[in-house]
Design a protein around this ligand. Structure first.
Ligand SMILES: Nc1ncnc2c1ncn2[C@@H]1O[C@H](COP(=O)(O)OP(=O)(O)OP(=O)(O)O)[C@@H](O)[C@H]1O
Length: 264
């Protein structure tokens, strides 16, 4: 169980600020969805929470400052699945997911029976058992995406930061993955922060949404509050209708222009 408190977080690269003064609180077992157009700073915000990019401001996990944690302790409390991970070509799926256990392995760096059990369970949950011995480059894009999530889940952290976890997944596997993350938060109190481009899914799974535009928070609240046609049209420069699913949740539908655009 881990509560996350972000206050006044700004971050950037080589002196250029791309995330400005973001504050957000996520209670233990909560799910915050970070949305926003391309380049608005979503990935950078996640990296700043992890301390991977230059930043100012504060991130507390259960009241402890993340910047004060040793690398190993940080990796025990924050699990991260990046959007574009570097995948070591020579590793099998099992070896790669075992890397997620590194913060827990003993001084000699040998994996224990518990580590292997955790990996087997995570592979099973993500429907990867059949591929356990395959080399990473032989996986399809969606299978690779699930292996990246498997590695983060194997870390068994109280907080999961997932950057576009459904990229490249078909709708069934995307739902399966988000359902699994949702189960973890209900069963184990895992606190979740995801970036998602699929706004309908973001609204269906996250309890609260934070909309970034040019690095600043432009809307924050429940999916019903944030996913309005006016707000989305303004910040995404898009034509949007917000429909309702049978359960009343917002369905964000792009609307095609009446006149086809002519090529110049
Ligand atoms: N390593 C880097 N060095 C310099 N600039 C960077 C770096 N990574 C990202 N940026 C810039 O920071 C800004 C925010 O990028 P970021 O990846 O956080 O956006 P995003 O909202 O996650 O985008 P997308 O939806 O396209 O994935 C962009 O202008 C991007 O070009």
């Amino acid at each position: 169980m881990s509560a996350v408190e972000i206050s006044g977080l700004s971050a950037g690269y080589r002196g250029r600020t791309v995330v400005s003064d973001v504050s957000a609180g996520i209670e233990s077992g909560g799910w915050l969805g970070v949305i926003g157009p391309n380049g608005s700073g979503k990935s950078t915000l996640l990296k700043a929470v992890l301390g991977l990019v230059e930043h100012t401001g504060r991130v507390l996990v259960d009241g402890r400052a993340v910047t004060g944690l040793r690398h190993r302790d940080r990796a025990r409390s924050l699990g991260y699945a990046p959007q574009l991970p570097q995948l070591p070509v020579g590793l099998t799926v099992t070896d790669y997911v075992l890397l997620g256990r590194t913060p827990h392995t003993g001084l000699l760096g040998r994996e224990s029976g518990t580590d292997l059990d955790v990996v087997a369970e995570v592979l099973h949950r993500l429907d990867l058992t059949r591929m356990a011995d395959r080399k990473l480059p032989t996986l399809s894009g969606g299978e690779r995406q699930r292996a990246v999530l498997a590695r983060a889940l194997a870390q068994r952290t109280g907080v999961l930061l997932l950057d576009e976890p459904t990229t490249g997944l078909d709708v069934g596997h995307a739902q399966e993955l988000l359902d699994l993350v949702d189960r973890l938060r209900h069963e184990q109190g895992t606190t979740v922060v995801t970036t998602l481009h699929d706004l309908t899914m973001a609204g269906q799974y996250a309890e609260r949404l934070l909309l970034l535009d040019q690095g600043a928070v432009t809307a924050e609240g429940t999916p019903e509050e944030v996913l309005t046609a006016d707000t989305l049209e303004e910040h995404y420069t898009a034509r949007i209708s917000v429909l309702r699913a049978p359960d009343g949740s917002p369905v964000v539908a792009p609307v095609r222009a009446a006149e086809p655009r002519r090529r110049a």
